[in-house]
Ligand binder design. Sequence first.
Ligand code: FES
Length: 175
Amino acid sequence: MAAGTANGVTWTKPILTPEIRAEISAYFPRYPNKQAVTLPALHIVNEKLRCVPMEAIPEIAEMLELSPAQVHDTLSFYGFFKAEPHGTVRAWVCRSISCALRGGDEVLDAMCNKLGVKPGGMTADGKVTLEFGECLGVCEHAPAMLANDKVYKNMTAEQAGLLADELRAQADAGG
Ligand code: FES
């Protein structure tokens, strides 16, 4: 039975598939206790489902021998995790001070215009989600962006438009 569907992604109960459970369990020997695996577990679920559905929280909690509230506390602490699926590719435009002072707004506007989204939004085809990001640690190369684990430095509005096309292509290739 379908437990949920959003943005083209459907998940069924149990949310944690045997594959996901095996990946989470593989972390247990690396940490002093199961609670310490909360963050890795959330990342694994997010990577597989492009979100962490609320329905997954009790299942994660059971695996980690925690209460659902404990798992939810960790999840809600990080703006990174969303309950609804994000695009195949997720991109962040840094809005912290150095990037803001060096044209981050123009980069964000160019990305938004090219992708047809507002900050936080996902393209209609589900390929790209564009979000605000906080300092990416490359302030000397501001303005900066992050997408698919790659940092893009010294961005211009023109480069942002080209990158928007590239991110769509990356999504077509599987993200
Ligand atoms: S302020 Fe943008 S990378 Fe540091």
